[in-house]
Design a binder for this molecule. Structure first.
Ligand SMILES: NC(=O)c1ccc[n+]([C@@H]2O[C@H](COP(=O)([O-])OP(=O)(O)OC[C@H]3O[C@@H](n4cnc5c(N)ncnc54)[C@H](OP(=O)(O)O)[C@@H]3O)[C@@H](O)[C@H]2O)c1
Length: 315
């Protein structure tokens, strides 16, 4: 495994971490049971992975992860979880008491005394100021009490096309980490978000590097057709069938491999999450990320096609 320092947290993180949400949700949505997740987590640790991300809102993900990590020395892994400042479905504002309850519940479910990184989950741009004004004192108090070591924030990849929340959050400079929606179909964080993180030494956690579009050929085909129809990319930029097949060659075994390699190569990168509960996929992804990056000419071609596409094609 290779490791990096996660920005100002100083945490030494493996360059690939396990994501407990997304389309897999720690196996909950792909039929992997607790025993299967236990094997996945053990394999991840054996491969040198030390970073695990989850959230209060991912169904039973925290409980499943907590069970799988039971008995592993606490210093051997880094845990990140999240709470919502506003309800993700109905926008209801969470009170300071709700935040305390959510954090306590996360600790209980994860079976730990503290988590390393506590994140505000999927903060929408129009909620950002309200969340900070009402909840920041509570968040700081919980941190002072030792419930968590660092405070991060994640964006809403599918909604916040222009990364407006990060424009505010990075300007305020309150956060130690930023969970950024970034993939080869959505390289727009390269314009401002990633350079700002680098400048401010904010630890970058990459989400949705592969997601559905790079894992499922049918979804990719449909997204590329949509991008052409909407004029987001040129009609002749890519073939209709297998539009990104040209990336798969040499050291690049598959499109998911290309996806993880692409984001991992950015100089601002801290840890790239892989939201899989499938051991074979995990092994492939580790191999991809530890191997050589994509060829420069392929990266340049991707940037020329998708560099200014602000819609989340990779969802
Ligand atoms: N707003 C937020 O805070 C937010 C939003 C989204 C995500 N996140 C976090 O970021 C993490 C990563 O995002 P993500 O879950 O979208 O992860 P991802 O790693 O980009 O994509 C996961 C998807 O790719 C598939 N996949 C992975 N490796 C594969 C391979 N080698 N071959 C074929 N398919 C493969 C997985 O299926 P299999 O399970 O079959 O491998 C799963 O469907 C989440 O788990 C969550 O922790 C946070």
């Amino acid at each position: 495994m290779k490791y990096r320092i996660l920005g100002r947290t100083g945490l030494k993180v493996s360059i690939i971490g396990i994501g407990g949400g997304g389309p897999t949700q720690m196996g909950q949505k792909t039929g992997v049971d607790q025993a299967g997740v236990n094997r996945l987590v053990q394999r991840a640790l054996d491969l040198g992975i030390n970073f695990f991300d989850t959230a209060a809102a991912y169904g039973e993900s925290e409980t499943i992860l907590g069970n799988a990590l039971k008995g592993v020395p606490r210093d051997d892994y880094i845990l990140a979880t999240k709470f919502h400042a506003h309800h993700h479905r109905n926008d209801e504002r969470m009170s300071p008491e709700d935040v305390v309850d959510s954090v306590e519940r996360s600790l209980k479910r994860l079976q730990v005394d503290y988590v390393d990184v506590m994140q505000l989950h999927g903060v929408r741009p129009h909620h950002y100021s309200d969340a900070i004004e009402r909840l920041w004192p509570t968040v700081e108090r919980l941190k002072d009490q030792g419930k968590f070591g660092f405070i991060g924030v994640s964006e809403t990849y599918a909604e916040d096309h222009k990364h407006e929340m990060f424009s505010m959050a990075l300007a305020d400079d309150l956060f130690d980490t930023a969970m950024v929606g970034y993939n080869l179909l959505s390289p727009t964080p390269e314009h401002e978000v990633l350079p700002m993180c680098q400048e401010r030494d904010v630890g970058v956690i990459c989400m949705v590097a592969v997601r559905r579009a790079l894992a499922r050929p049918d979804v990719l085909k449909e997204r590329i057709a949509y991008a052409k129809d909407k004029g987001l990319i040129a009609r002749d930029a890519l073939e209709d069938e297998d539009p990104l097949g040209w990336l798969v060659k040499g050291d690049v075994a598959s499109l998911p491999a290309a996806g993880y390699k692409y984001v991992n190569a950015h100089p601002a990168m801290g840890v790239v999450l892989s939201g899989t509960a499938n051991i074979d996929h995990l092994e492939e992804n580790v191999k991809a990320i530890l191997g050589p990056p994509l060829p420069d000419e392929d990266v340049a071609r991707l940037r020329s096609i998708f560099g200014d596409v602000w819609e989340p094609l990779g969802n």
